[in-house]
Design a protein around this ligand. Sequence first.
Ligand code: MTE
Ligand code: MO
Length: 512
Amino acid sequence: MQTPPHSRSRTLRHAAYGVLATVVGLAAAHLVAALTVPSASPVLAVGSTVIDLTPTPLKEWAIRQFGSADKLVLVGSVTVVVLLLAAVAGIVAAKRETVGLLIVVGLAGVAGVLAVLRPGAGPFDLVPALVAAAVAATSLWWLHRVDDQGLTGPSSGVDGPSRRGVVLATGGLAAAAVAMGALGRWVTSYRLGGTDIALPVATDPAPSFPQGLEQTYDGISPLRTPTADFYRVDTRLTVPTVDVDSWTLTIDGDVDQEVTLTFDDLAAMRTVERDITLTCVSNEVGGPYIGSARWLGVPLADVLAKAGIDSTKADQILSIDVDGMTISTPLDVALDGRDALIAIGMNGEPLPRTHGFPARMVVPGLYGFVSACKWITKMTLTTYDAEQAYWTERDWAIDAPIKLSSRIDTPKPLSDSKAGTVVVGGIAWAQGVGIEKVEVRIDGEAWKPATLGPQVTDDYWRQWYFEWDASPGQHFIACRATNKDGDVQSDVRMTPFPEGSSGLQEISVNVE
Ligand SMILES: Nc1nc2c(c(=O)[nH]1)N[C@H]1C(S)=C(S)[C@@H](COP(=O)(O)O)O[C@H]1N2
Ligand SMILES: [Mo]
């Protein structure tokens, strides 16, 4: 049996009502989320959950297929599925209004549940979904009233419902959706500084990343530091908000010609992906100011070459951030072949604002205060005699290689453990050289070798663990690292000032 044409157009019309009502609801929710909890916007909450649940091989496939557009493809697919269901809701609502409305509310409900289940979410994360449900259901209900009125009202005719009424209602709702969506986007980018830029696919990608020991042994730092947990050290009280469209990076001073690059210029250059461990000079032995990430960036040498530095007399790169903060880097060290980068990506995302959006320097093997300039906007080729950076003026060292060191992550100092096998574990680092060996010492006795975790790169920390047969009582645990050159971590205690701490970490624990 063939569907009569007017019935088919009626079905299509109601499907469109369902889609429109849902879009209006999502837009309203997006705006409310932008003003409260941006990540609780239904599309994002569902999208993030899908990303988290996507198995790694599928994720890697998507990244290979779509490159940096993978998130776009994902959010797009989620949207398509939601809108198909919304169309079904619209069609159902034409016959059984309550059921249709319930489907719309149910869709929003799923988003709400997912938003509340997100890590770190609170009850407020439910609000955008509630708004979506209310606005979408009300819109659909209202569209039905307009549609009915058109059908039975004075102007109804061969064309079906009052064209004017329906056109005005749908047009008005569509305009409201666009306005709320755009406003929500603007508010979010205003509040977050708009770091949602597309990154280039690395010309030279890093190899696949091994599984870390943290999968097996609780308490050891994850092999890759989640961006949200990455230590942050800078002189700022508030984080700079940089508009990527007007941001530029200038190379000047003792160069052949001054050069200014836009973000797009930079992103269009050869990009490399590198696993590198950053360390802060203020880290005490055993301290927290160390983190490891996968960085995407342009080799620093390529950036400097744009300005031409073959004949430079400079011995220093003086980096300047968007607020005039200065950080110096020894030029010969930066150019000695190590993977010095102007980084624009961290762990597969644009740099977060706290870590230097849109671009920062990363130099493996140098403490952050003489290399890792965040929010970088200028590199001046100059000499240490002519100009001094912020920390140089405060008498910190100018050439500050990261010292070979190690840290006990578990057990925690002064914690209680049960007698029997206790896993002692942590990390060790020797950027540029690599870790050869980590040893553990219990109660001042002989050093015993720990088992090392996977090797990532020599610029990356190494996890380790040691199975200790613990007897009741108070015990002291120490660790020390040896690098691939055979150098053993120094037991000479030095303070972070002026060139980084040294010494061995030794903790006391209680065994019951
Ligand atoms: N603009 C700017 N960049 C900066 C700093 C700063 O204060 N301002 N601090 C530096 C220091 S001391 C370190 S250890 C690293 C820390 O980088 P992170 O906050 O991304 O971990 O950034 C470096 N870059
Ligand atoms: Mo630092």
